[in-house]
Design a protein around this ligand. Sequence first.
Ligand SMILES: Cc1cc2nc3c(=O)[nH]c(=O)nc-3n(C[C@H](O)[C@H](O)[C@H](O)COP(=O)(O)OP(=O)(O)OC[C@H]3O[C@@H](n4cnc5c(N)ncnc54)[C@H](O)[C@@H]3O)c2cc1C
Length: 414
Amino acid sequence: MVDTFDLCIIGAGLIGSAAARHATLIAPHFKICLVGPKEPKDRSECQHGIFGAHYDEGRITRLLDPDPIWAELAKRSVERYNEVEVRSGVNFFKNVGFMTVCRKCDVYLDKTKDNAHKMEVPVQILGKNEVAEKFSFLSIQDDSEAVFQMKGCGHVSPRSQIIAQQTAAQQQGCQVIDDVVDQVTETTQSDASKCLKVTTSKGQVIFAKKVLLATGAFTGFRDLLPPGKVLDTTLLTQTVAFAEISDNDAERLKDMPSAVWKYTNGDKYDCYILPPIKYPDGKYYLKIGHGDDLEIELKTAAEVAEWFKTGGDKSVYQPLLDKLFKLVKGVTPVSTHGDCCVTTHTPTHHPYCDMITPLLGITVGGNGYAAKSADEIGRMGARMIIAGKWDHDLPQQRFKAKFKMNKNIPDARL
Ligand SMILES: Cc1cc2nc3c(=O)[nH]c(=O)nc-3n(C[C@H](O)[C@H](O)[C@H](O)COP(=O)(O)OP(=O)(O)OC[C@H]3O[C@@H](n4cnc5c(N)ncnc54)[C@H](O)[C@@H]3O)c2cc1C
């Protein structure tokens, strides 16, 4: 008799790990596993070519958002950070504040203020002089304004958040399997019931009554979806630049919030900055990333895997660092370097959370925003896959998957 899991979650990243924890809480009697490869020690040596968007120590977390759905997903997730930290004994959240900087009267700023008001998020509106008074090391442009959220926001460590979610899930019986899934197929068991057969690259075969895919950018690059189903997602490159700073600078900047400079007309100032964060090498770094003006679309598995090994677009590092040192004043970098990643975008701008067949569901499409909100997206996916249908109070329509219709789409797995 083959041992069958009640639920197999594929993709041990931010959403999959959260889904695993929630599934163990929603269905404590279920036999659950979470399958995904660990972060490779050296990306350039990684043979399987599957990577995650979580290989870092800093992701901005904020309730301020012009989109009410993203604001709500973030709010619910942030409210549970402490519970996850306490349960797992792993801290991942730094409550250092967050600031959105926009040109005055920019539509992004207006919508952000509006949502903050509706959600009763306390904020301060700061002009150039007030920003300088509060944070003497930060400079914003004359024509700009900042919406500053003081509490319940800042940054999370995606690596630690995953450890925390998996630790809590394991405490509640979830089995975590370090492997890459090559194929998911429907099969019939000896009692004539349908289940899914999950085949991994290390040769394991897992049978599960239900499967939830939380496989991020790599969802289309193995045989995970039913034949002919191609998700409508766009994979975009991200390059970030790091400045190592001295302990003195880290101390001087210790009250710095996370910040986004956002101009809706694709202004060259679009960027986000993380305050000093201590990395596993024991050093403090400031990090800056760019807006959508510098993103490039990647289409095939080979292109994405290759991109993850490059360390990013080196021609982007210096302009990003120049911007960083203009916005954060008086920093003397000890060293600088860059890194890269890929974000998965949907035409709806919201994550897909949908049943693809009665046994197979997906939670895919972070749109560059899901690190902070992974807990609620994971909960949404866990509830859906366990119920076998939509089981969440937010409107299902916002999360429905879209597929590429063209039968002549080239094979992305190449
Ligand atoms: C540079 C950068 C900066 C960002 N900044 C922010 C930010 O400030 N705030 C924020 O909220 N969000 C941010 N994001 C976005 C956030 O990191 C992503 O939205 C989030 O990681 C998406 O979670 P996920 O679980 O969908 O995907 P991932 O975190 O990528 O996890 C997917 C997992 O699936 C696994 N997988 C894939 N295929 C298979 C397979 N065949 N078998 C087994 N496992 C598989 C992968 O190994 C990976 O671990 C940023 C992203 C990038 C790249």
